[in-house]
Design a protein around this ligand. Sequence first.
Ligand code: 9YT
Length: 141
Amino acid sequence: MIVRHMSEIINSDREVEAPNGNWVSRRLLLDGDGMGFSLHETIIRAGTETHIWYKNHVEAVYCVAGRGQLEDLETGEIVHIEDGVMYALDLHDEHLLSAEEDMRLICVFNPPVTGREVHDKDGAYQPHPRAAQWAAVRNAS
Ligand code: 9YT
């Protein structure tokens, strides 16, 4: 069993700050933990807007505090985010994520994030080293 407290994550290698300061990600579970997903608590800072396009991952996000919105850049759909809202980027949906208040989000990635990934110029994380294997698993389900 793996047991961790957030106090062990903060100020460790598992705490990753966006270079533009828009968010901080506290990575409770990573690829090396062998769970098949990574589990993060992310704080999206109030007043920020972030372009995100996870071409190489799927992500589920559950908001437990704060308020903001997501704009789907393909469909134009606006999703209002607050405590209790979950969204899943099952189609690698390109979007803008903005926060009116600091938002506390619980995020799950597959393939798992491996360490200290931050967004590239397109808003993506680099592919997992065994991305093809993970794609085969997802396609089989
Ligand atoms: C919601 C979202 O994807 N925010 C960006 C950071 C990401 N959740 C992470 O790496 O924790």
